[in-house]
Design a protein around this ligand. Structure first.
Ligand code: 26Q
Length: 791
């Protein structure tokens, strides 16, 4: 049977026997589910094969522990990796269904906040593509990241409910359940120590197979869901207390109810700590059960098990593993600590002091009374072994998760070269001096299957036609495009791809948001979580200054630009929410100005998520990566843009530095202070005010905002922002403004030369191969995990 015929049969079978429909009565969701099941069957075959091979080989396994997996939609990913795009399109077309419409019916699983969660998802896909035996462990949040809409320009949050629609990808594992305890007391009988928790909830496993390129391998994403041990209190029910009868179940379920929005003000919430322990304890129990079944001897654990901690969120893994080995299995404390360290490694994703996880010891001790004792013992053992050391993980009545993770890990990694160096000289300076070989760099990457092949079929098609399909799992082959770039015929086709992508995005914005824009404009895109260090306010200030300048001289030869924004602000981060509102207010005024209309438009697309990124990135001309140098650990959006042919306007921050090295300085619009200069400038008193006085354009933009030009009824609306910028300006928006303006005008000039611009864009694509997450994962396997590919 041809692949198309076989897929057709499979879809019809599932429509009929899984969903009880024939094609005549199937609704959109039935088609989406039937296609998903047909694809899932093929994934499952690969998955069961890979699981068997892993067991038979006795190979070391990798476990990626993360509070977030920002996986997005999975159907297209499955279809693309199995190379069934043409077949799926053909079958759906036979039944009068549109492929894109069916794909868009799938809810976007937003089980993460942003970069850290999306990185985990890219890593899972690369681990499968490479054939490294691995599991992701996370939480099956009932509600992912909130849904964002705008009311009068202001962000409004609604709960996200991705499981409300039918979801095709998970396998419930009722036989895989663990009891996870909280609170209670610690009991000592001579040598033996036992923790008796007061509250116990059950973690139940839900498995999602993660398929790699060409379906050669599949790994497992195992997400834990909270449930009560005794779900229903019959006694209370029989006494007429119907609400009370359901209470144990409701309480246990709150553990996996909702993802915490990345928000430092939310820190210290008891439920968050419960979630962290819930994930970690369940994962470790599962890992040890699997190890026991296959190998038994706990001393071999580090040879067979590599556990990666995605930031400090699962840092309780150190003490928990020691607790199991020492308290429950009877190994000595020292040996338990050695074994645990032999298994664990830790990735740091931020240097922002306010984002470093710490817990109040009272809260921590109440919830995890045995673990806090073990942490003290880890701390004193480490201090004994390293007498020169001063910095404790237990100062100021706090538990410092970064220090704990560092001490309990055999390797600690940063996520870009610059970030890794800064780790050594700032947060982990002391620990690095004690353990100079522990910190390593593994620069982030992104999966080219999702972020080029699937999201940008036009460009992927041109590339494959030019250099063959080997680039898909060997992205450095994109280098082979460089000779084509000299060929004007080829370059015109490259430029046409971008134009078509822009037209497609324009049409979509028109139909879904009523935003009509001219696809000939320069599409200038900043999409990422809202944060002061990411400096969306620098972007809008420059936009406002640009608007004023166009009005001064409307007949000049301006380069038409569309400023596109997307991103969510944490619900309690009021400054970030004000920036969103300012952008929307400025958009309302500027978009309505007939004088500047041909040259400048602004749009903030609501509810930025993985699916929206997949639409926007292929259509971008320019990538905004403008964080204060030293603050963005890596960035991964920056890589997606470069790969899809959008040159960067950016600072020397995070992975921008490496992107610029790879694509060439002449294909990157650099501006701003370096991380070192930033640290120096902060010491200059009145640096912001001086910068404002020195740049009339900046001054005018700030004046317009302060005088209520964009908030006519309420001029003081943005005085918080203007006062911050003219005062403390910790993120040096004012100090970097003038150079940012200069870089943007260079962009204007460069964009006018269509051919030269296309060449710059194409060189960004050709030279971005190094930013594949396949390369990153191979780095982790070799430098940190000691893991092998089984392919
Ligand atoms: C912590 C405590 C309580 C509640 C929430 C959190 C929390 C949640 C998410 C803290 C941080 C995060 C997310 C951090 C993050 O996404 N960092 C980004 O990681 C990317 C992958 O390495 C980098 O590319 C980005 O530079 C970095 O900002």
């Amino acid at each position: 049977m041809s692949p198309t015929a076989s897929l057709r049969e499979s879809i019809i079978q599932h429509l009929r026997y899984s969903f009880g429909k024939d094609p005549e009565h199937a609704i959109l969701e039935d088609w989406r589910m039937a296609l998903s099941y047909a694809v899932r069957d093929r994934i499952t075959d690969a998955w069961i094969g890979a699981t068997g091979k892993t067991y038979d080989s006795g190979a070391k396994r990798v476990y990626y522990l993360s509070m977030e997996f920002l996986i997005g939609r999975l159907l297209e990913d499955g279809i693309v990796n199995l190379e069934l795009v043409d077949e799926a399109k053909a079958v759906l077309e036979e039944f009068g269904k549109d492929y894109g419409t069916v794909l868009s019916d799938e809810p976007d699983a937003a089980l993460g906040n942003g970069g850290l969660g999306r990185l985990a998802a890219c890593f899972l896909e690369s681990l499968s593509t490479i054939g490294c035996p691995a599991h992701g462990y996370g939480i099956r949040y009932e509600h992912g990241l909130f849904r964002q809409s705008f009311v009068d320009g202001r962000q409004v949050e609604q709960p996200e409910h991705w499981l409300e629609q039918r979801h095709a990808w998970e396998f419930e594992r009722p036989e895989v359940r663990y009891r996870i305890g909280f609170g209670g007391h610690v009991d000592r009988r001579g040598e033996t120590v036992r923790w008796y928790p007061a509250e116990v909830v059950e973690a139940e496993a839900f498995d999602t197979p993660v398929i790699g390129w060409k379906g050669r391998w599949a790994n497992t994403l195992r997400l834990w869901s909270g449930r009560a041990i005794h779900p229903f209190d019959l006694d209370r029910f029989n006494h007429g207390d119907f609400a009370g009868a359901a209470q144990p179940e409701a309480l246990a379920r709150t553990i996996s109810r909702v993802l915490y929005p990345d928000d430092t003000t939310e820190q210290g919430k008891e439920l968050r700590l419960k979630q962290e322990y819930f994930l970690t304890a369940a994962a470790l129990r599962d890992i040890l059960r699997r190890f026991n079944n296959q190998f038994g001897d706990l001393r071999k654990l580090p040879a067979k098990v590599a556990i990666q901690l995605n930031d400090t969120h699962p840092a309780i893994a150190g003490p928990e593993l020691i607790r199991v080995l020492h308290d429950e299995r009877g190994l000595s404390f020292e040996e338990s600590m050695e074994i645990a360290r032999g298994c664990l490694s830790y990735t740091n994703h931020t240097l922002l002091p306010e984002a470093l996880e710490t817990w109040d010891e009272t809260l921590f001790g109440r919830l995890l009374p045995r673990h806090i004792e073990l942490i003290d013992q880890i701390d004193s053992t480490h201090a004994k072994q390293n007498p020169s050391r001063m910095n404790s993980m237990r100062a100021d009545h706090q538990v410092k998760m970064g220090q704990l993770s560092f001490v309990m890990a055999h390797h600690v990694n940063g996520v870009s070269a610059l970030h890794t160096e800064l780790m050594k000289t700032t947060v982990f300076e002391e620990l690095h001096t004690l353990h100079p070989d522990r910190i390593v760099n593994e620069t982030n990457g992104v999966t080219p299957r999702r972020w080029l092949l699937a999201c940008n079929p036009r460009l992927a098609g041109l590339i494959t036609e030019s250099i063959g399909e080997g680039w898909v799992d060997d992205l450095e082959q994109l280098k082979g495009l460089e000779p084509f770039i000299e060929d004007t015929g080829w370059l015109d086709r490259y430029a046409q791809v971008k134009r078509d992508n822009k037209a497609e995005l324009s049409n979509w914005m028109g139909t879904t948001h009523g935003l009509h824009v001219d696809p000939e404009m320069l599409f200038d895109v900043q999409i990422k979580r809202l944060h002061e260090y990411k400096r969306q306010h620098l972007n809008i200030l420059e936009t406002i200054a640009h608007w004023a300048e166009i009005r001064d001289n409307p007949t000049a030869d301006w380069t038409p630009r569309l400023k596109l924004f997307g991103g969510k602000a944490a619900p309690g981060y009021f400054f970030a929410k004000d920036i969103i509102r300012l952008i929307n207010d400025a958009a309302a005024v500027i978009n309505a100005d007939p004088v500047t209309a041909p040259y400048l438009k602004i749009a903030f697309l609501p509810n930025y998520n993985v699916s929206l990124a997949e639409r926007m990135i292929p259509a971008a001309d320019l990538s905004e990566q403008i964080s204060t140098a030293g603050k963005e650990a890596s960035g991964t959006g920056n890589m997606k843009f470069a790969l899809n042919g959008a040159p960067t306007v950016g600072t020397l921050d995070g992975a921008n530095v490496e992107i610029r090295e790879h694509v060439g300085a002449e294909n990157f619009f650099l501006f701003g202070m370096t991380a070192e200069e930033v640290m120096e400038r902060r010491k200059v008193e009145g640096h912001a005010w001086k910068a404002v006085q020195a740049d009339p354009r900046l001054k005018r933009a700030l004046d317009l905002i302060r005088d209520g030009r964009f908030s006519p009824g309420e001029p003081e609306r943005y005085h918080g922002i203007t006062a911050n910028l003219e005062g403390a300006d910790y993120f040096l928006v004012c100090s970097d403004f003038t150079d940012y303006w200069r870089a943007q005008r260079e962009v204007d000039t460069a964009f006018k030369d269509t051919r030269a611009w296309a060449k710059m864009a194409a060189l960004n694509t050709a030279r971005s191969g190094w930013f594949s997450s396949d390369r990153t994962i191979r780095g982790y396997m070799a430098d940190i995990w000691g893991a092998q590919s089984l392919l």
